[in-house]
Design a protein around this ligand. Structure first.
Ligand code: XMP
Ligand code: MG
Length: 189
């Protein structure tokens, strides 16, 4: 392909409808969230729980922006439903490697849509006796208000459209994009 095709869009350029959040906007927001979390957890050690795979890029940047010691765990869950919406029926694909009893757990999520996945996850993790349990989500969609999920840290409230990039996928593609955007309708056909 042409040299230009390997620019910041990783060659996905023709599929992208518009950029919703630029690399710089994401970086600035993460710095803001990290400063808040650093202050709130001063003197404590935090266990970050990243929800695979969507939160991987967020976790990597967020952990580096924090100024407190953190440990990292990952969990993979699958919620039954269509490719673009969830049903609330959740299955653990990969559980945490360690016990979280007495730990200050901060769950990192890429996006909260209906909130069903997170609501299930919080119940599950809450049953393991952590010292504290909070959530930091990079994105939140409007439907999230329907389910009462306590989310302490939110990056951006976004419109109700399907987004990709910065960890978020459509059919496992686009996770590697440095920004968050939407896809042209023909990509879904
Ligand atoms: P719920 O509805 O349970 O769903 O809050 C959260 C999960 O659904 C996926 N999701 C998306 N994935 N772009 C994506 O790539 C989106 O716009 C989107 N909306 C929801 C995602 O896996 C998230 O963890
Ligand atoms: Mg997905």
């Amino acid at each position: 392909s042409a040299p230009g095709a390997l620019g910041p869009d990783h060659g996905y350029g023709p599929d992208i409808d518009h950029v919703l959040l630029s690399e710089e906007q994401i970086r600035d927001k993460i710095a803001e969230l990290a400063a808040q979390v650093t202050a709130d957890y001063a003197g404590k050690e935090v266990l970050l729980v990243g929800v695979l795979k969507g939160a991987v890029l967020f976790m990597s940047d967020f952990a580096r922006a924090l100024q407190i010691p953190t440990q990292m765990e990952f969990m993979a869950v699958s919620s039954y439903g269509s490719a673009t919406s969830s049903s609330g029926v959740v299955r653990i694909l990969k559980d945490l490697d360690r016990d979280i009893t007495g730990k200050h757990v901060l769950v990192l999520e890429d996006i909260i849509d209906s909130g069903l996945t997170l609501s299930w996850l919080l119940k599950n993790l809450g049953g393991r006796s952590p010292a504290s349990l909070e959530v930091c989500a990079l994105l939140r969609k409007p439907d999230a208000v329907k389910v009462e999920v306590p989310v302490k840290y939110i990056g951006f409230d976004i419109p109700n459209e399907f987004v990709i990039g910065y960890g978020l996928d459509y059919a496992e593609r686009y996770r590697d994009l440095p920004y968050i955007g939407t896809l042209k309708p023909e990509v879904y056909q």
